[in-house]
Structures are given as C-alpha cells and as structure tokens.
Design a protein around this ligand. Structure first.
Ligand SMILES: [Zn+2]
Length: 404
C-alpha cells in the first residue's frame, strides 16, 4: 500500500506547528541504536519533554545490556558505564563504558592518627595510577607532593590482579513509562507514513493521552508483552539482515480500521499495542528494523517485517513470557557473550603488554641485550599466563616515582 503523505502541520501531541526548525525526533530511540529521524511528527517541546522522561526511563532499562554487548547509540555515543554492579561473593564493581570492570573502593584513604601522623592506604589498578592520586593525598594531608613521594618511594606494595568474578544483575523491561515511550515510537513511525494530522483525531485519542499523561488503564487494556516466539521465517530473515539481536517496530492496520503497533527490543522482548480500536487509516503497513550492534545497518519497511500477519500481531499474549524471555536471552548470550569476552580479553592483554613494556623499555624499546630481553619476556609470559588462566596474581613491588 502506498500513501500520499499530507504535509504535516501539527505536533501529534500538542498543537505546536511543525516547521523546518523542528528538532528531529528519533523513531527508535537513539539509545537503542535508532538512526531514522523525522521532523514531521513531534514538536521540539514535546521531543525534549519525552526525551528527559519516558524515553530516559526506557533507555535506562537497557543500560546493562548495552554495556555488556558494547552497543553504541544511533549517533555513535559509546555505551553507558554502570555503577554498583554486584559481584557474586565479592565487592561491588563499576563497569566502565568500554565494559572494563573497575573496583569501586576509594582509590586512597587518609586517616589521621592521635599522634598527628597519617596512615595512607592506597588501592589502585596499577602502580602507574598511584601518581594520579598523589596530589590529592598531598592536599588532604597538607603536605607537598614531594614530601608524599618521599614517603611513598621505596614502600613495599602488593599488586593483586584477579578476574572480576561473576557479575550479578537483573534485567527488567517494561512498566508504564517505558510503555509510553514504545507507544510514542509506534505513533511517530505511523506519522512518517500518513502524516501527523491523521493521528490527531478520536481513533488515536487514548494512545496519545497515554503517551502524554500515562495512566494504568491504557497500559492494562491495550498493551501486552508477548510471550510467543516470532514466526521463525520472519525472525530468521530479520536476523540475517540486522543481526541476532535486532530491533523492530511494526505499525499495521486491517481493513476495518483497527491498528496495532508491535515493538521488539533486541529480539528479546516484544510488545503489542492496540493503537486504535477502529477508525484508523485502513491497510497501513510500516516497519523499521535495525541492528543495535551496528546502527548504520537499518532499514525502513524491510519486506520480512511487512509480511507479518495482522492477525498474528494483534494476538499477542503474555503466557509463557518468562520461559520465552529466558530462551531468547540465553540465545543472545550464546551468540554475543563470546564476542564481548574476546573484546575484553584483547583490551586487557593490550593493557598488560603496555604495562610490562613501559616498565622495561628505554626510550620506547627493550634494550638489545639478552638479559633485558629475557626479563621482559619472562615477566610478560608470567602476567599473561595468570591472566589467561584466571589465576590471581600477587606480586610485591616497590613504589617508584615516575620520571617527569
Ligand atoms: Zn508538541
């Protein structure tokens, strides 16, 4: 079906005019890797309001997965870092945006004794990091940087390197605000096809009001999380084009004017929304699919998604959702976790090589002497073996002030 699109004039949600200056609205959130935008659906005011509220609430639910699978935003921003990650049987960790686990304890602690002297406990990722905190330690103890170094230099320190352990977190998607964001995405996709003015009437009043004001009634009556697996041929075709954890939005109506939206996040969860019970434009069929691992790979109206049956889309039910979600998460992990692990391993081995190299190199090179080469290669082999086998490494070192 083709539609002649009317020139859109008004925002779907308020009566602000849409102009060339209107801020582009992401149809799928930027945070989920969405790249397709439109100026023909939502005014700048509503765009900002939703961006800071319901969209943010939805995006935050995906933060862990984005960090773990290293999924950039649609505009190329790196994944979010995660604070307060529980480690089973261990201390809390922080995950940096590149996925590196980082201990969360304070890097240093200064305690003043009764006698007026100080105890300084430093806990850092590498000896090189000590230098970063010396100025702060100096400030807290009212001593000079030189005086602190004088104390630190030659001190025995223990460097313990060990694997982070099993990170523990819960995935949880959905709830009223994220659902409002989903309904908005569906309406915006629809507006790109039929024009925003076609959404201003009575058939979409309930959906619009839900996006604007929330409310449990619409959520309970018209939104369903889907526990059914997608038709296998469709899922396979989409995975072939957009990767195993594709995103998908479909908006479809039948020939009686009933319209549904179907939203799939990371091929993990699917939600169905009844956008209009009747009176919607007839036989509408729009879709948007994308690859969150490679956001440049996206497509409006991919054939596989357009082929989804209206009856199937409109018959979502949450029966078996736990099993289905678990099945899909396991499948995604099986595919994606080794990729993330390989990336983390590469990053960590690079760090170890860099650290050992900088300790043995003179002017950037290992001196061309058998002894120097031997010391370098044996330390490198030792560190690598411990890292690759996951054995904690403890070594005693003397703190040294770096040159310069
Ligand atoms: Zn508006």
């Amino acid at each position: 079906m083709r539609y002649h699109t009317n020139p859109s004039t008004l925002c779907i949600f308020c009566d602000n005019a849409l102009t060339r200056e209107t801020a582009p609205e992401h149809i799928l959130l930027d945070a989920f890797g969405g790249r397709m935008t439109t100026k023909r659906a939502i005014c700048t005011v509503c765009n900002n309001r939703f961006g800071g509220s319901i969209d943010k609430a939805f995006a935050e639910q995906a933060a862990h997965l984005r960090n773990m699978f290293q999924m950039p935003s649609g505009s190329g921003k790196r994944p979010p870092g995660i604070r307060n990650v529980d480690v089973i049987g261990g201390e809390k960790l922080e995950l940096l945006p590149d996925g590196t686990p980082q201990q969360r304890s304070k890097p240093f602690r200064v305690t003043k004794n009764d006698s007026g002297s100080f105890d300084i406990a430093i806990s850092v990722r590498s000896l090189d990091e000590v230098a970063r905190f010396v100025p702060d330690i100096a400030a807290q103890t009212s001593k000079s940087v030189d005086e602190i170094w004088k104390v630190l230099e030659g001190t025995e320190a223990t460097v313990i390197s060990r694997p982070a352990g099993v990170l523990n977190f819960q995935l949880s998607f959905g709830g009223t605000d994220p659902m409002r964001s989903i309904v908005k995405s569906c309406l915006v996709l629809l507006a790109t096809g039929v024009g925003s003015d076609a959404l201003k009437g009575e058939p979409f009043a309930a959906a619009r009001a839900f996006v604007m004001n929330g409310g449990d009634e619409f959520n309970l009556a018209r939104c369903v999380i889907d526990g059914r697996p997608m038709p296998q041929d469709v899922a396979e075709a989409l995975a072939a084009d957009f990767g195993p954890i594709f995103n998908l939005i479909v908006v479809k109506s039948d020939n009686s004017g009933r319209m549904v939206g179907y939203f799939v996040l990371y091929n993990l969860y699917g939600w169905e929304v009844c956008l209009a019970e009747c009176g919607a434009p007839l036989d509408v069929n729009f879709a948007l699919a994308s690859n969150p691992l490679a956001p440049q790979s996206w497509s409006a109206n991919p054939a596989a998604a357009l082929a989804l049956d209206f009856e199937w889309l409109a018959a979502a039910n949450d029966e078996g959702i736990e099993e289905e979600a678990l099945r899909r998460i396991s499948a995604a992990m099986k595919h994606q976790f080794p990729v993330a692990q390989a990336r983390a391993r590469k990053r960590e081995t690079g760090r170890i090589v860099h650290e050992v190299l900088s300790r043995h190199a003179v002017d950037g090179f290992i001196p061309d002497e058998t002894d120097a080469k031997f010391r370098f290669s044996s330390e490198l082999a030792h560190r690598m073996a411990h890292f690759l086998l996951g054995i904690p490494l403890e070594e005693n070192v003397k703190v040294q002030r770096p040159d310069g």
